[in-house]
Design a protein around this ligand. Structure first.
Ligand SMILES: [Zn+2]
Length: 398
């Protein structure tokens, strides 16, 4: 009853075997029971049997395995086929309930630890995780998708980039693809067709000002408005500020330790850092000017005022700080996308949460850093997938 064997099957024997002892349950089917062809479901005569084994949930402290002669039916249409057993997937060496346990464990701990806990080779566990994640991923329906956030992240330290696509509304990771150029955008457009969606339904793409992304967005998503959100713009402003700092250091300024006090927003710094920031601005007017421009830009982006932004660009252009002159040019060149952000307020803010989950996914897949394993763990952690894993149902009552 607990095994949920279903009609036609029963436990024939039950014994402890081997050292350390394992519980072995031998199953058999009732003589004369007609099984269904896995292809068409029509019942046919049993042709022959094949002995198979599945690891099941442990029986107290003992490892437990099921063994059964599995019939092959002779279907007039499909020929001789191995039937599907109710307790396990075709081709899996685990029962469905054991696979459910694998999924629970692998969701929460690194693969190496899961492998040790379950005393199973990691490649067998990966196969289970990959099956359920890829099955759920393939069934995702994106017919309601309208707004997409695009961001890139490294799959390893410093090299091998992947591009991530996130639903701006549900904040689910939709798709991860290798590379971070136009081909990534093209791959996403292609992927949409596999999920009941079309490129034309995408109204908005939020991304950074990368020429390859911008060109690909225009080609593959002609109906989508491209938005450059304040996270990316402030990232660029932060870089401009850092370039000013480095230039000053090259000219002999003593800015050691200044890095942390000038990075980020003033209110996130400690009072000592804030004081250091003021002192530095006094001693190095160029740095003070750069800090002022950055903070001003932050304030302007928080409001929906394009006049102010235009004014800022003019001010930055006249600042005689080359990195800020360049930044103001970039903003002007991508004006409509920046203004679109101010209007729609769609930001890549959700990406921060997703990136946290991706870091976790990387840790869970540690030591198995192929793009595929990273992607599987990323979908599992950040994709909000509907996994078709059996639940631990209560016993039927009779
Ligand atoms: Zn058939």
């Amino acid at each position: 009853m607990a095994l949920g064997l279903g009609e036609g099957w029963s436990v024939k024997s039950c014994s402890f075997e081997g050292t350390p002892p394992e519980l072995l349950l031998k199953l058999d089917f009732k003589a004369g029971h007609r099984f269904a062809c896995p292809e068409c479901g029509s019942c046919g005569p049993t042709h022959d049997t094949v002995v198979k084994r599945w690891r099941h949930l442990d029986f107290f402290q003992y490892r437990c395995e099921l063994e059964a002669r599995v019939p092959r039916v002779d279907c007039p249409e499909h020929g001789v086929r191995l039937i599907n057993v109710p307790w396990g997937r075709a081709g899996s060496g685990f029962t469905l309930l054991f696979e459910a346990l694998v999924m629970m464990v692998c969701r929460e701990m690194p693969m190496a630890a899961a492998s040790e806990l379950l005393a199973e080779h990691d490649t067998r566990l990966w196969r289970v995780v990959a099956h359920y994640v890829e099955q759920a991923q393939a069934k995702r329906d994106w017919s309601e998708l309208k707004r997409v956030l695009i961001d890139e992240t490294s799959s390893r330290k410093g090299h091998r980039y992947v591009t991530n696509f996130v639903d701006a509304q549900t904040r689910e990771l939709l798709f991860m693809v290798e590379g971070h150029g136009a081909e990534s955008i093209a791959a996403f457009a292609q992927e949409l067709t596999r999920h009941n969606a079309r490129a034309e339904q995408i109204e908005l793409l939020s991304m950074d000002m990368k020429p390859a992304f911008i060109a690909a967005a225009a080609t593959f998503f002609p109906k989508a408005e491209v938005v450059f959100d304040h996270f990316h713009i402030m990232q660029m402003a932060g870089k401009a500020l850092d370039e000013v700092r480095k230039e000053l250091m090259r000219d002999g300024a003593d800015l050691k330790g200044a890095l942390w006090s000038i990075r980020g927003n003033e209110w996130t710094r400690s009072s000592t850092q804030q004081q250091q920031r003021r002192l530095l601005s006094q001693s190095y007017p160029k740095l003070g000017k750069a800090l002022g421009l950055r903070d001003l830009l932050q304030d302007i982006l928080a409001q929906e005022d394009k006049e102010l932004l235009a004014w800022w660009c003019q001010r930055a252009r006249r600042s005689r700080l080359a990195p800020f002159v360049r930044l103001s040019r970039s903003i002007l060149r991508h004006w409509s996308g920046v203004v679109a952000f101010m209007r729609t307020r769609v930001t890549n803010g959700a990406m921060e949460a997703i990136n946290g989950l991706l870091q976790l996914a990387k840790r869970l897949a540690r030591g198995y850093r192929s793009i595929r394993t990273f992607r599987i763990m990323a979908y599992l952690k950040a994709g909000k997938l509907q996994l078709e894993v059996p639940s631990f149902r209560p016993l039927p009552t009779h």
